[in-house]
Every structure is written in C-alpha cells, then in structure tokens.
Design a protein around this ligand. Structure first.
Ligand code: XIL
Length: 317
C-alpha cells in the first residue's frame, strides 16, 4: 500500500493529531503514513499544568518520544487559548499573567527542544459580525495589546520557534478579513512566522470557490501556511441528522479532492497538512457538535483501513 507521507513528500508533510493512547493503538498506521504529529490535547496549557501550578508532562512526553523514535516532526499546540487554559494565570496583575505565561513557555521549550513550530495563539478572533477579538480572560486581563505581547514573549523565550497564529472558519470571508488584519499587524513587527488554517470542513461548507479564495488571500500575506486540523464532517454544522449516506460520502470526497488540489497548487507556501485525528474511530467529531453521533471525517476507517478517499487523494500526487 502507498504511504501517504511518501506520496506527498514533494508537496508537504502529512500530520496527525494524536493522544498518548493513539500513539499506542494506532502506532503502525502513524509510522506508515505520517511524518508529523501534534498533541490533540496533551500539550495544551491546561492539560500540562493543574490549578495549583503542578505540572504533569508524562502524556506529552510519551507523544514526543514516540515522534522522536520514529523521525517525525512535533508541532506545538498551544499556549494562549480561551479553552483548556488555567485560571491561576489571571489571579495577579497584568505583569504577573505575562510572567506566568513566560515561565510556562520556558518549561515547554526546555522539555521539548526538538519542537520548532508552536501555535502561540489559538482562536483569538470572534466569529460574530462586527466584532473583532473574542472576549476571553486574556483580553480582559491584558487588553487588546495582548496579541502582540504574547508573540513577543514567545519570541524572547525561544527565538528558535516558528510562531504561528491558528484559527478556524478561515474560509469565511468576514472572519478571513479579521484574521488577515491580526496577522498583518504581527508580521509588520516580525513577530509571526506562519498561519495555521484549521480546516474543520464539512460537506456544506466551504464551497470550491471559497477554498480557492482562502488560499489566494492567505498566500498574499507571504507567510508559510500550515493546514493544521483538517477533517471533513459528513454533516453541515447545524445539521443534527445522523444518517450516513452514499451521497454524503461522495460530497465529502469531492471536497477533500478540491481541498488537496488547492494545497498542492500552493505547495511553495504550504508546509504541512495535518489531520485532526488518525482514524474515524477516535475523531472528536463523534462527540462534537452533536454528542455521540458517528461521523467519518478522516481517511482511515474505524478498523484503521484506508478508505476510498485515501486512494483518490494519492492519485492526485
Ligand atoms: C479539541 C479536541 O479535539 C477535543 O478532544 C477536546 O475536547 C477539545 O479540543 N480547535 C483546536 C483544537 O484548536 O485544539 C480543538 O481540539 C478543536 C478545535
């Protein structure tokens, strides 16, 4: 069988979001098809440290070590987010918050010296019409300048990291404007080295035109792009139905093909394409946005076998 990361070697790396469990249960699949991993949860700030400031690196360690043993790149995810964070960061003054964040970054940098790219800031932009920044504890405590400050801090703590801004709905025109505004400001100060496009797609959105437009606009920023969390749900975001039909699967395949073609077209800027999970069995979309609904958003089925779409994508290369 073809190896996905070999097939796409001339274009970009192929990554998977993993856990300390899936690096064991899906080890062979990972070794065969992927040359990059990211911790789906276990390197997030609130997963590494508890409310008392006590660290437990054991799960992230097992992923890091698995990747190193198998010659895979590890991408860091993430430092500043409104979710999976910790309240102790916000108890003191503005300076205290930045200092604690800096200490956290330093611990991670020392523990994982091979990590060279990090999502410094995740999902800071509001989806709602007319609003720019999402209301989060970070914004509340640090004010609008927090965006610049957290990137400057990461740059200072580890000049070797490539600093990434990562967000979803990147193909929605108004959100795209806001992301471009944020990234351009950071770029003008030399504080950002790449854009993470989450690419949580579904069979209703984006359209082929939106995919093209999205790559065109981000490419104009002239920064490396990482497709950071790719999956294609069989259901539109507000669609609560549960039936998995041939029609849904064929729409999913068409979007995957369109999306991959576009990534290949922009190979000069696209560093990596990372799937948010390894096989359908453990995808987060089996529990989001509808609880306990089977979804099949990835290239490998629940028995870890390649699906039709796996072969169709390989044929593109
Ligand atoms: C998700 C994980 O997949 C879930 O297991 C967890 O419960 C919540 O977070 N955007 C991101 C990811 O940047 O970190 C999120 O991952 C999915 C959306």
């Amino acid at each position: 069988m073809e190896k996905l990361c070999k097939v796409f070697e001339p274009y970009f790396k192929i990554g998977a979001a993993v856990s300390s469990v899936t690096v064991k249960t899906h080890a062979e699949l990972l070794k065969q098809h992927f040359n990059l991993v990211v911790c789906e949860n276990e390197m997030k700030l609130g997963e590494l440290v508890d409310d008392n400031g006590v660290y437990d690196f054991s799960k992230a360690d097992s992923i890091y070590n698995f990747a190193r043993e198998n010659g895979m790149e590890v991408h860091g995810h993430n430092f500043v987010w409104h979710w999976q964070s910790r309240d102790f960061l916000f108890l003191g003054s503005r300076e205290d918050t930045l200092q604690k964040l800096g200490e956290h970054m330093k611990k991670v940098a020392e523990r994982y010296p091979d990590i060279t790219t990090f999502d410094v800031l995740n999902e800071a932009i509001d989806d709602k019409h007319g609003l720019y920044l999402r209301e989060t504890k970070w914004l509340e405590k640090l004010g609008e300048e927090y965006i610049r400050d957290v990137f400057a801090l990461a740059r200072k703590i580890n000049p070797k990291w490539k600093l990434i801004y990562n967000d979803y709905n990147e193909y929605v025109p108004e959100k795209q404007d806001k992301i471009i505004k944020l990234v351009s400001a950071l770029k003008s100060e030399g504080l950002i080295d790449g854009i993470g496009m989450q690419a949580h797609l579904n069979i209703e959105s984006p359209t082929a035109d939106e995919v093209k437009r999205c790559f065109e606009r981000y490419a104009a920023l002239d920064l490396p792009m990482r497709v950071s969390e790719l999956d294609v749900s069989l259901f539109g975001f507000d669609d609560h139905s549960t039936d998995i039909t041939a029609e849904r699967i064929s729409r999913q395949e068409a979007l995957y093909i369109e999306y991959f073609r576009t990534c290949m077209e922009y190979k000069q800027l696209v560093d990596s394409v990372t799937f948010w999970g390894v096989s359908d069995e453990t995808s987060w979309l089996n529990g989001f946005p509808v609880k306990k609904r089977e979804n099949r958003p990835l290239l490998f089925d629940k028995n870890q076998q390649p699906k039709e779409i796996f072969y169709k994508l390989c044929e593109l290369a």
